[in-house]
Write a new protein. Sequence first.
Length: 82
Amino acid sequence: MDYFIKLPSDTKQDLENDSHLIGTDNMFGVFWAGEGWKTLEMIITKKPELAEHVEIITEKGKKYSIPQFLEKIEKLQIRIQR
């Protein structure tokens, strides 16, 4: 399952850009982080006031807040390719 970060100014077309892909849950206990993971980290650490305006959207259109998303992936191993 792919997860995308949607900022308030983003359009549907923006979500198709790889820079918005937070990552992929491979359904085997691993979450592979994408380019959007960096944006998520920046919001959490440097701009927390933006967090309430950000949505996390799955490839199927389900929406999560940042806390809901983090709770959903908390038991997964998060792997970041550098």
